[in-house]
Design a protein around this ligand. Structure first.
Ligand SMILES: O=P(O)(O)OC[C@H]1O[C@H](OP(=O)(O)OP(=O)(O)O)[C@H](O)[C@@H]1O
Ligand SMILES: O=c1cc[nH]c(=O)[nH]1
Ligand SMILES: [Mg+2]
Length: 206
């Protein structure tokens, strides 16, 4: 598996805003959107294109269009914070949803919802989840996507823990990861350090 880090200055700028304990929900949401826009654009480098001809008002010239379908799969809840800008960046994309929630005591995620578009081996599937902590949620999500036919998968996250990367790599070595930052470690409650706290709570003001 390849894990890629974004070195884009905007990603580092927005990450600092969302880490900051003083950042409240409105600014947190704006920073999350701004960061997602850059990460999705970087992850879109994976897309293949078909050569096409295009007629300008003056003459015909060469062009390119995305080949195959693009599918975004936000992991609820927190992944919803990344969805709007992902869809705006690739307006022809499809969206699947998966709900996964970690048990507060064990940090083991369980699935409470799934609704997917048709997937096939040509679909480029991007899983959206800002936090890759133990990796349990990502592995369960990818398990389900592969069962439904997905073969080309990329996980886009804002912060990844080394433990989460190792877990996803062990279970699904073919899945690419694009992260805004790889943080130091998990704490005893399986929160990422230094991290940003509970992403879902900060995004949804709960
Ligand atoms: O890598 P893992 O250890 O599985 O942790 C990562 C997951 O934890 C958080 O979700 P949470 O369970 O808090 O649900 P929420 O998004 O509804 O708050 C986060 O949004 C990820 O989905
Ligand atoms: O640090 C973490 C780990 C999992 N989920 C979060 O929202 N934050
Ligand atoms: Mg949460």
């Amino acid at each position: 598996m390849t894990t890629e880090l974004s070195h884009h200055p905007l990603v580092q700028h927005y990450l600092t805003t969302i880490r900051d304990v003083a950042t409240e929900a409105p600014a947190f949401r704006r920073a999350c959107s701004g960061m997602t826009q850059v990460l999705v654009a970087e992850a879109a480098k994976l897309l293949e294109v078909d050569s096409v001809r295009v007629q300008t008002p003056l003459e015909e010239t060469e062009g390119a269009r995305i080949a195959g379908s693009v599918v975004f799969v936000p992991i609820l809840r927190a992944g919803l914070g990344m969805l709007d800008h992902a869809m705006a960046t690739i307006p022809g994309s499809s969206v699947g949803y998966i709900g996964l929630e970690r048990d507060e005591a064990t940090a083991v995620a369980s699935c409470y919802y799934a609704k997917m578009p048709v997937l096939d081996e040509a679909s480029q599937v991007y899983v959206l989840d800002p936090m890759l902590a133990t990796g349990g949620s990502a592995v369960q999500c990818v398990d389900q996507l592969k069962q439904r036919g997905a073969k080309k998968l990329c996980m886009i996250c804002i912060i990844a823990a080394p433990e989460g990367i190792a877990c996803l790599e062990a279970a699904h070595p073919d899945v690419k990861i694009l992260a805004g930052k790889v943080d130091r470690q998990l704490n005893e409650q399986k929160y990422i350090l230094p991290g940003l706290g509970d992403f879902g709570d900060r995004l949804f003001n709960t």
